[in-house]
Design a protein around this ligand. Structure first.
Ligand code: ADP
Length: 269
């Protein structure tokens, strides 16, 4: 995008030429585009659940109805309010991470142990799925932030469950390679179209297929995962085949000296 500025040049009231300034404003233009896209996505994402909450609350206030119907409406209001809270929390988390304000603890965390603990609670709530851990790693400890690693696992395993609506096995596999620990979350679910793979870790990127429309989400989970993995000096990537399943893999260094996480700072409230 080129911005052109033109000004006539006069000498003794006689025009002797024109000055043109060409400026490449592509970068400013792209930043502006991104900002307005973000604002419109956020307001759309906030408006949709809010419209449901208001609509159902109004119906309940203005219409006589049986208790069963009231209960159904209240369930929808509760679900939508919950969705709104998740969206705001995810959005604030990501904002803090992207702006460098997120403070990461630096303690020893056993990635295998944390995965086992998280899977226990998934097993209780998702009986249609089988959860399996395969461990080929000798060393599964990293230096990092336990809470954030829990958030990372919860997003990846939560997606594996959500996008395997017909059940199936969800496998977590661990191995060591090149002083790294490699964790794979493998599902047998819907899979991801090839064209979406490069944009999957961008915020608000959701796949708009009829089979996914009913599945809730914020489109921020994977962007948060990427921030967390990169803050631990790691990498995250995905392989997937539509209709067959997906494999999300993250690697983190096991060598503690390679880490340079931020020191915890005291927060002013
Ligand atoms: P969401 O809140 O929508 O789950 P994410 O950022 O976690 O947001 O994921 C973005 C999109 O990537 C999802 O909407 C979904 O279409 C796709 N996706 C993520 N994980 C999987 C998976 N395991 N299987 C199939 N599709 C997935």
């Amino acid at each position: 995008v080129i911005n052109i500025y033109a000004e006539s040049i006069f000498r003794e009231e006689k025009k002797i030429g024109t000055l043109f300034v060409h400026r490449d404003i592509t970068e400013e233009y792209e930043i502006d585009q991104m900002k307005s896209e973000l604002v419109s996505t956020v307001s759309h994402e906030l408006r949709t659940p809010l419209a449901s909450v208001l609509g159902f609350a109004e119906l309940m206030l203005t219409k006589e109805m049986k208790p069963e119907r009231q209960k159904k409406y209240l369930e929808t209001i509760y679900k939508e309010a919950h969705r709104l809270t998740n969206l705001i929390n995810d959005f604030l988390d990501l904002q803090r991470m992207e702006s460098g304000r997120q403070v990461y603890e630096q303690r020893e965390v056993d990635l295998l142990r944390v995965a086992e603990e998280i899977l226990e609670s998934f097993k209780i709530n998702h009986s249609a799925h089988q959860f399996v851990i395969t461990n080929h790693a000798e060393k599964t400890e990293v230096q990092g932030d336990r809470e954030r690693i829990i958030q990372l696992y919860t997003n990846l395993i939560g997606n594996a469950v959500k996008f395997s609506p017909n059940g199936g096995t969800i496998e977590l596999s661990f191995c060591n390679a090149d002083n790294e620990i490699e964790v794979k979350v493998i599902d047998q679910g819907l899979g991801i179209p090839e064209k979406d793979l490069p944009k999957l870790f961008n915020k608000f990127h959701r796949i708009d297929n009829s089979d996914r429309r009913k599945i809730g989400g914020t489109g921020l989970g994977l962007a948060i995962c990427k921030e967390i993995v990169e803050a631990h000096k790691g990498r995250i990537f995905v392989q997937s085949k539509l209709g067959e399943g997906s494999m999300f893999c993250f690697c983190m260094p096991v060598d503690t000296s390679a880490l340079q996480l931020k020191e915890p700072q005291s927060e002013h409230i």
